[in-house]
Design a protein around this ligand. Structure first.
Ligand code: BT5
Length: 319
């Protein structure tokens, strides 16, 4: 019933609707309507009640519920199924289990908090409650396992564009999987896969964004959008824009190929043209980040002039 009331409120966005009209539309008494409205208020919805005019929805809670995420999302694939949780170990783990059971491409898992949020290589992702966006989605692209980093880079482009559009800040991408604002990390991407030697069965694309997180909870190298903007950011609006942008970029990836993503990636890069230190498989190299190749590998020109191709690892800009 609450869902139905919300749906009616949302079609009367700028006007009030009387208790009488609501009770008629829903086939319940006005007292019952009032009780459901109270329940919605308890869930964080701001509902104004004006004598003679009726009710009007003035605020929705900044909670990543599947209903609010789906509302006017207007995507075809990404988010056609959304499962929202309160506290989980890791949204990637849940998405992986669902994908193993055959859950369809585009399924999204979100959580308000993660107790065992995962970074790459067994590292941790700090995920304080109701402060960030922690989401994972199931993708089933027709690619080989060595192309997985292309999905990570595609997602980084989508995150960067969604942050720019929603918050108006110049977010940039640090190869391979970070999005930075003001040179500090606001987002990390973790792609995990289930694959056979020459075929990917599914990819779990995990995205963590520090939205309203306090700096003190984060490592020194990190920040949040709120810290950079000096004001709260709506997680729900950003999460919806992110899902729309992933849909756009994933469609480009599938129809036009990774080269089109690389073009955009280069325009958003915080790495190219910089002197970098790379740590990959316990090897350290230093040089100039000159390009990324058509597969997504970082090309680093060493001081002797030799160009080394980095497929995975951590990269630090040397100042
Ligand atoms: C990442 O790993 O950046 C990938 C993070 C992916 C997180 C999402 S949240 C939804 C989904 N479910 C999951 O369980 N995970 C994904 P990596 O590049 O390895 O960076 C990890 C490192 O970043 C840590 O070792 C810390 O130094 C630092 N770090 C941890 N939490 C952070 C945070 N909230 N913001 C910025 N840096 C953080």
């Amino acid at each position: 019933m609450e869902d139905k009331i919300l749906a009616i409120f949302k079609t009367h966005k700028d006007t009030h609707i009387s208790g009488e009209d609501l009770s008629e539309k829903l086939g319940v008494s006005r007292t019952a309507v009032w009780k459901h409205v109270e329940k919605l208020r308890k869930d964080g919805y701001g509902i104004e009640a004006q004598p003679h005019l009726g009710y009007r929805l003035i605020e929705i809670p900044d909670h990543l519920s599947s209903d609010e995420l789906k509302w006017q999302l207007n995507t075809k694939i990404i988010g056609r199924r959304i499962y929202s949780y309160n506290v989980v170990d890791s949204t990637n783990t849940i998405a992986y289990r669902l994908a193993e059971k055959g859950q369809q491409e585009g399924t999204v898992i979100t959580a308000e908090a993660q107790e065992k949020g995962k970074g790459r290589l067994g590292r941790k992702w700090i995920s304080p409650k109701s402060k960030g966006i922690y989401l994972s989605l199931i993708l089933k692209p027709d690619i080989t396992p060595n192309q997985i980093s292309q999905i990570t880079l595609t997602a980084a482009v989508a995150v960067c564009l969604a942050i720019r559009k929603t918050c108006g800040v110049a977010a940039l991408i640090k190869w391979p999987n970070d999005v930075l604002v003001g040179n500090k990390k606001v987002c990390g991407v973790l792609s995990e896969m289930n694959a056979e030697p020459d075929k990917v069965n599914f990819i779990i694309l995990g995205i963590g964004i520090n939205v309203n997180t306090k700096k003190e909870l984060l490592p020194d190298s990190a920040t949040s959008l709120k810290e950079e903007l000096g004001q709260e950011v709506s997680r729900i609006n950003l999460a919806k824009e992110l899902l729309r942008e992933i849909e756009r970029q994933y469609a480009i990836f599938k129809s036009k190929g990774f080269a089109k993503i690389v073009e955009q990636w280069k325009n958003l890069s915080a790495t190219l043209g910089k002197r970098v230190k790379c740590i990959c498989h316990n090897r350290k190299i230093e040089g100039q980040a000159v390009d990324i190749d058509s597969g997504g590998a970082l090309m680093v020109r060493l001081d002797g002039g030799f160009i080394e191709k980095i497929l995975s690892g951590d990269v630090f800009v040397v100042r």
